[in-house]
Design a protein. Structure first.
Length: 96
């Protein structure tokens, strides 16, 4: 599984970001531009996923599981280490 830091994520352009936190967590604050597809709904929403994207959650564990689970289905999902918590801790902008 590929992994990047929040600094890497901030510098990236052109790669979609999927946030796999639950809807209530997503509503509390997210990386600008992130699209919410909760981990609990991921299996039924595979058709909404681009072939390559970054994946984030609160701390990195759920997104890592998502990236690993999606790899056999042909998706190239790169996990964001530290997740949204690390993004906020770094002082980056948050959408609400």
């Amino acid at each position: 599984m590929q992994e990047i830091t929040v600094a890497d994520l901030k510098a990236r352009t052109g790669i979609p970001l999927i946030d796999v936190r639950e809807e209530d967590e997503f509503a509390q604050g997210r990386v600008p531009g992130a699209v919410n597809i909760p981990l609990s709904q991921l299996g039924e929403r595979l058709g909404e996923l681009p072939p390559e994207f970054d994946v984030i959650c609160a701390a990195g564990a759920r997104s890592a599981r998502a990236a690993e689970a999606l790899a056999p289905h042909g998706y190239e999902a790169t996990n964001v280490a530290g997740g949204t918590n690390a993004w906020i801790a770094a002082g980056y902008d948050v959408e609400r």
